[in-house]
Design a protein around this ligand. Structure first.
Ligand SMILES: *Cc1c(COP(=O)(O)O)cnc(C)c1O
Length: 351
């Protein structure tokens, strides 16, 4: 006898990257957080919050953030649905659109949460393998006929970007919903937001966790036509965005200049780390995100040992013990000092 539904007993649950206890001194390059602090304008809003703003329930649609997103991105407020992180949007989409017989499709390897949410819902999934060069397997994704197709672009853990023309072909040929998860768009050369205007089955997801240095705030949003959002609104928690996140997030997204300046630093460090690791014998996938995927298969040391030895030295990177990733490390780009410590530590281990 179990207290749980059979599919809950059968599943393993999402395993987040390690979060060391507060106060632990580590170089944390394992969960793609931004190494720079949030916008000073956002922190000022946080410091000026009044008790009255917390006494009341928040606006159920996080109206102030919606308006700020409209001003920052040029999309109408009614095309924006805000969530407790973009993970919350993923949950709404899976709840509203899928069930047994209405499958979820995604190219793999990718963000593991897509599979976890499908398991909770009891929805079958079709994972279409990415080829080794990580170009999107469009025809196979179309042929899989998902009720929902998830594409992360830039993808995690590969860091690779899908061209908008490829995503457009997918949107055109799918009967179901196409979710373009742009969690890392702030570090990429291009994005696919214009597709939501032309295709009523497309939703683009964004987050303040990566580019805006606000992973702890929990704020993300989806952009799609209001008819698509209407179905998602029915299944969301009534007050899914708290008053603090709404106001601090609104100030953060208004400060694009600050976000872009940090993204520029991270992108130039991404180039530097890529060449340093290439010199050390790794193959580094071309990244458009704030992390890189480094293939260690040509090295004298295995990726898993490298991961463990780095951890020993107080440097956390991400190791995925799964097919196609077991010989690779996913490394978040940190500050120049953190990146140098990583490069030096790896060089010493390989020496
Ligand atoms: C980090 C990440 C998210 C989740 O972001 P939150 O807004 O913090 O929930 C979504 N998708 C991908 C691919 C991510 O890497």
């Amino acid at each position: 006898m179990s207290y749980f539904r059979p599919q809950i007993d059968a599943m393993s649950g999402y395993v987040p990257g390690e979060q060391p206890s507060p106060g632990t001194k580590v170089i944390k390059l394992n969960t793609n957080e931004n190494p720079y602090p949030p916008s000073p304008k956002a922190m000022a809003v946080l410091q000026q919050l009044s008790p009255e703003q917390l006494r009341r329930y928040p606006h159920p649609m996080a109206e102030q953030f919606r308006i700020a997103a409209h001003e920052a991105l040029g999309v109408p407020p009614s095309w924006v649905l805000v969530g407790n992180g973009s993970d919350d949007l993923l949950t709404m989409i899976v709840r509203a659109c899928t069930e047994p017989g209405r499958s979820i499709v995604y190219p793999a390897p990718t963000y593991v949460l897509y599979q976890t949410l499908a398991d909770i819902q009891g929805t079958e999934t079709i994972a279409v393998p990415y080829p080794d060069n990580y170009t999107l397997p469009v025809d196979d994704l179309i042929a899989a006929k998902g009720a929902v197709t998830f594409v992360a672009s830039p993808n995690s853990p590969s860091g690779t970007l899908v061209p908008i023309q490829t995503l457009e072909k997918l949107a055109q040929n799918l009967d179901g919903v196409l979710v373009i998860d742009e969690a890392y768009t702030d570090f990429a050369q291009s994005h696919a937001l214009p597709l939501v205007r032309s295709y009523d089955n497309v939703i683009v997801l964004r987050t303040l966790s990566k580019g805006y240095s606000l992973a702890g705030l929990r704020l993300g949003f989806g952009i799609a036509n209001p008819d698509l959002l209407a179905g998602l609104i029915k299944v969301k928690d009534s007050y899914n965005v708290d008053a603090i996140a709404c106001l601090v997030g609104a100030a953060a997204i208004a400060d694009n200049a600050y976000k872009n300046a940090n993204a520029d630093k991270i992108k130039s460090e991404r180039d530097r780390v890529t060449s340093a690791l290439t010199d050390l014998g790794f193959y580094v996938f071309p990244s458009q995100a704030n992390f890189i995927l480094a293939d260690a298969s040509k090295l004298d040391m295995e990726a898993e040992s490298l991961y463990k030895e780095l951890k020993e030295k107080g440097i956390l990177v991400r190791y995925f013990n799964q097919p196609r990733l077991a010989d690779k490390l996913r490394i978040t780009i940190g500050t120049p000092e953190e990146n140098q410590a990583l490069i030096d530590a790896i060089a010493a281990l390989l020496d």
